[in-house]
Ligand binder design. Structure first.
Ligand SMILES: [Zn+2]
Length: 532
């Protein structure tokens, strides 16, 4: 077995085999121990014969991706922790809603843009009566990365252009947008979503511009609150109320024909655009922290917009310092997930690849890192991996997104490196609508690209809930080691009739409730007939 095809080493969850990593970096002279066939990640104490049968079935069909797709679509996957709501919707849905809302397409040079119809303008093409399928197809291509090879643009520019084309209509139907994403998740046995959204984004940025930056972060924060930031938080909460009401109507969750999406637990992360002036970014971050404190539906915050943007790069460290201040001064813990290291050599100068992930973890207080693709270019990367393992900083892995936007895929992606180092990982979609994928696809891609087995993927599904921003204690005693918490020590994970002590524990923790549900789903899944 050559260096490039080395299989994942067993035991990666338990400790960081740094010596092994160093050996790998130094060369291929000392091959690491090879995991045994069908025994990818180490088994846990609760495995049954069914677990083994499912793992064997998976290995037996490794060379048949369509069979693996059937397996993975049915496999319970916990949660999707990295999903931008506006990028999660498919273009076809946006176009249908836009047609109902009297939108038109208009040609601007080679591209099309969407805008409200003006009956007096003959250059506008009404979507509701559009019969030219070439226009319709071009719109879908522009609102996604479909047919990228023919677009004449890079994946990077095509991806971010897709947001721009869809933006006039992405906020028209917030309830339907969430319903589509929740239903798609449920159809793939994914019952927890942390969706990234930007309520009150324009108003908060405007307030930030008005207030500006004062002598220090503390006085700027005070000035923002005095200038009415709390009112915007209320307005943001009203947006969530409106969305929830619409969602209830669409999914009919209390009715006889409830949508499968009703089974999905929805939580939100407040987005802050990082390519704005420092005053605007700070105002957005203060807003996010206040929103989290005021509303339990909003469980964390994230920074968005291209990390390689000129302003994002220029102000990166300042943004991390803003977060450090806000996390340290907040009366309650603040859950921070950060896009960091969504960069690669060539996209930016090498100097920009040296510190983003480290600063996100050590200064910005990120508990989760989105992407982390440039880890190998970081200063003292081996030590940083160890810091991430020790702190239990999870990396949200978005394989298709990294392939499209960064051109990083296969052996060039650091997923195996993170695994070897014992850094917890979860698979995520990033923007499933724009990328025209789903979470099952990302599981399949991970399995095929990195030789991951069923137990590896099960660990990632469990990680997604263990590292979610839901409140409450974890079901597991230690991160990454799947031993039930003492209150449930005599129980079988996912049991329908937990002991009194375990039931009390579950009642006290939203996180543990979701974890228990996943365990029950996994037992059901493994019980399916995986014998052939
Ligand atoms: Zn993202």
């Amino acid at each position: 077995m050559g260096c490039g095809t080395r299989r994942i080493v067993s035991g990666w969850r338990a400790s960081a085999p740094l010596a092994l990593l160093l050996a790998m970096v130094a060369g291929c002279a000392n091959d690491p121990p090879v995991r045994s066939e069908n025994a990818s990640a180490p088994s846990d104490a609760y495995e049954t014969g069914d677990t083994e049968r499912a793992a064997v079935w998976f290995e037996d069909h490794r060379n048949q991706p369509p069979a693996l797709r059937i397996f993975l679509q049915r496999m319970p996957k916990g949660g999707d922790l990295h999903s931008h709501l506006s990028g999660a919707v498919y273009a076809e849905s946006y176009l249908a809603w836009a047609a109902e809302e009297n939108y038109c397409a208009q040609r601007v040079g080679e591209t099309l843009k969407l805008l409200k119809c003006d009956a007096g303008d003959p250059t506008m093409m009404r979507l509701a009566t559009l019969t030219d399928s070439r226009i319709y197809n071009q719109l879908i291509d522009e609102m996604s990365t479909r047919n990228l090879a023919f677009a004449g643009r890079s994946g990077h520019s095509d991806f971010f252009a897709a947001f721009r084309t869809a933006s006039p209509i992405s906020r028209l139907r917030d309830g339907e947008v969430v319903a589509e994403v929740a239903t798609r998740a449920a159809e793939q046995r994914t019952y927890y979503l942390e969706l990234m959204i930007s309520p009150q984004n324009l108003a908060v940025r405007e307030l930030g511009r008005k207030v500006g930056l004062r002598s220090d972060f503390a006085s700027t924060r005070r000035a923002l609150l005095e200038a009415g930031l709390a009112n915007l938080v209320e307005a943001g909460r009203n947006e969530l109320d409106h969305m929830e009401k619409e969602l209830q109507q669409i999914m009919d969750c209390d009715g006889a024909n409830a949508s499968p999406g009703c089974a999905v637990t929805l939580r939100f992360l407040q987005q802050t655009s990082r390519n704005r002036t420092p005053a605007e970014v700070f105002a957005q971050l203060v807003f996010a922290v206040e929103f989290l404190r005021a509303d339990s539906r909003m469980v964390g915050l994230n920074l968005i917009s291209p990390e390689d943007d000129r302003i994002s790069l220029r102000d990166y460290t300042t943004h991390m310092q803003m977060l450090e201040f806000l996390v340290a001064t907040a009366p309650e813990p603040v859950n921070v997930a950060l896009h960091a290291g969504e960069l690669t050599l060539g996209l930016v100068p090498p100097e920009e690849l040296r510190f983003h992930i480290r600063e996100a973890v050590e200064v910005g207080q990120a508990r989760r890192i989105g992407h982390g693709v440039d880890i190998v270019y970081e200063n003292d990367a081996m030590e940083l991996l160890e810091v991430m393992r020790e702190r239990g900083v999870l990396v949200e892995i978005c394989l298709t997104s990294n392939d499209t936007i960064l051109d990083v895929r296969g052996d060039d992606h650091p997923l195996p490196l993170y695994l070897e180092a014992g850094v917890p990982l979860a698979l995520a979609t990033d923007d499933e609508g724009i990328s025209r994928i789903d979470l099952s696809n990302e599981y399949l891609r991970a399995a095929l690209s990195y030789d991951l087995g069923y137990r590896d993927l099960k660990t990632m599904a469990r990680n997604s809930l263990a590292h979610s921003f839901l409140p409450g204690a974890s079901l597991w005693q230690q991160p990454g080691a799947f031993t039930l918490t003492p209150a449930c020590a005599s129980d079988t994970p996912g049991s329908k009739s937990p002991t009194r002590a375990c039931a009390d524990f579950l009642a006290s923790s939203e996180r543990a409730q979701e974890q228990w549900r996943l365990e029950a789903e996994l037992v059901d899944f493994e019980t399916l007939n995986w014998a052939h």
